[in-house]
Ligand binder design. Structure first.
Ligand code: PSU
Ligand code: MN
Length: 300
């Protein structure tokens, strides 16, 4: 049921490095046209790093691994594109709809295609107030079962970072700080929480992936790569802005799958675009690291 481009299929068949990229970040994570520019740039960074990019989405009901420039433009600009997590996949497939895949559904489709490394911006997690809202992203449960390494910049403090790390521990997911002892919080290099484990090279990440899966431990690996220092928004600066965005969301009664896209958009508004610049910079840095990990993974 998958459509895989010839380039991605050939690379996988001959054991060359491939990096999966998600599409919710394009359709529901950033405004147009910066979203499509980011998507193109990131594919270029992966290529420059010696790997084949495979952006993943559902197009006309077909899970599609590897997208054309026109596909990227459609995902970036078409209002009908649904945000598709695991539970939504059968709906868009059976109805022939377009869907932008989250971390959870991109991981699953990447694994089905045989791709082991995936680059994104930030993971979903346990939302603040989850004790009453029950809002815990399906990204976490997917990480517990699907064997793909996810390169991200940590999680935003729109989430409860402490509870997210606890949940990942319960689910048996290794969380690696990349060249850091502190878990990063997306816009900021710090979060106040230690990184559960630390690695210092792409080869170390690839070795850990191999060890995990050779042991028969199915499931993902989180590689938390702090935003480059020159692009970071310090935690004390972004903290109040996130609180404001959360208060605005509550006032509007927005919840469920609309929560994360609303908060991302509202933070861009409040910061007059500064958060978008940071967001793009961190995704680009993750693409550089992800390509290097994919090269090491393929070499094993
Ligand atoms: N966090 C970000 N940017 C994003 C997302 C999360 O900083 O674009 C997107 C990812 O696609 C992630 C999804 O998988 O939001 C999580 O949504 P939810 O909380 O509804 O599971
Ligand atoms: Mn949710």
């Amino acid at each position: 049921m998958l459509t895989v481009t010839d380039e991605v299929r050939d690379a996988l068949a001959s054991g060359r490095p491939v990096v999966a990229l998600e599409s919710t970040i394009i359709s529901h994570g950033m405004p147009y046209p910066q979203n499509v520019e980011m998507a193109r740039t990131v594919e270029g960074i992966v290529r420059d790093g010696g790997a084949v990019p495979a952006t993943i989405a559902v197009l006309h009901g077909r899970p599609t691994i590897g997208l054309s420039p026109d596909d990227l433009e459609l995902l970036a600009s078409d209002e009908s594109v649904m945000k598709v997590s695991i539970r939504d996949l059968p709906y868009v497939v059976s109805r022939g709809l377009h869907g932008a895949t989250t971390v959870a559904s991109t991981m699953r489709l990447a694994a089905l295609a045989g791709i082991g490394v995936f680059v994104t911006g930030g993971l979903g997690g346990v939302h603040r107030g989850a004790a009453t809202s029950y809002d815990v992203s399906a990204d976490l449960t997917e990480l517990s079962t699907t064997s793909v390494a996810v390169v991200c910049a940590g999680v935003k403090s729109i989430l409860d970072i402490g509870l997210t790390l606890e949940k990942l521990e319960t689910l048996g997911v290794p969380v690696l700080g990349y060249r850091t002892d502190e878990f990063p919080s997306f816009f900021s290099r710090s979060s106040g929480f230690p990184a559960p484990l630390r690695v210092d090279s792409p080869a170390e990440v690839a070795a850990l992936m191999a060890a995990k899966w050779d042991l028969g431990l199915a499931g993902g690996v989180v590689v938390a790569n702090p935003i480059p220092a020159e692009s970071e928004i310090p935690a004390d600066e972004i903290g109040g802005i996130i609180d404001q965005a959360l208060a605005d969301m509550d006032a509007l009664g927005i919840r469920g799958k609309d929560a994360t896209p609303y908060l991302l958009g509202r933070i861009v508004e409040i910061t007059s675009g500064a958060s978008l610049t940071a967001n793009i910079a961190l995704v680009e840095a993750n693409a550089r690291l992800g390509a290097a990990i994919a090269v090491e993974h393929a070499a094993r």
